[in-house]
Design a protein around this ligand. Sequence first.
Ligand code: SF4
Ligand code: SF4
Ligand code: SF4
Length: 159
Amino acid sequence: MFDRSRRNLLSRRRTPALPRMPWVVDEDTFVDSCTRCNKCVNACETQIIVKGDGGFPIIDFNRGECTFCTRCAEACPESLFRPTTEQPWGLKAQITPSCFAHNKIECRSCGDMCEVQAIRFKLQAGGVALPELDTDACNGCGACLSVCPASAISMTTKN
Ligand code: SF4
Ligand code: SF4
Ligand code: SF4
């Protein structure tokens, strides 16, 4: 029998630093009902789901991208995922000023990785082309994050 008060103590209701999986329900419901069985961790085709605080699964985009394969949702024995026909999440990439191109070093790695072409490069007079993110087009897959040599990309819901 799982002790819910202990589970709540472990999770402390903090918003996790890293995101949960796509289509996951709200955070309170998630930590109340996730049994930390690891089935989603083992099912993920790109192995980006890892154990976070308290053993609850989170996404680590430093390991790769989400392909929206839906395997995590299918593997979960609890009712913790919304229908996968819905939008997966509100995550968007964010490019910070430590970007090489912003520091006059030519780089287009993130744009090369973006399947939906949400990162376009704009030529600057006398400078290097700067990346511009189309937040409407970005689906939050995270493919751009691990390839950035400047660690200048983060994933956020606050764009
Ligand atoms: S949708 Fe697929 S790739 Fe994305 S987190 Fe779930 S199992 Fe991993
Ligand atoms: S998160 Fe995915 S869709 Fe968004 S900019 Fe990066 S690669 Fe493109
Ligand atoms: S991969 Fe990183 S350093 Fe290169 S252009 Fe994109 S954000 Fe800038």
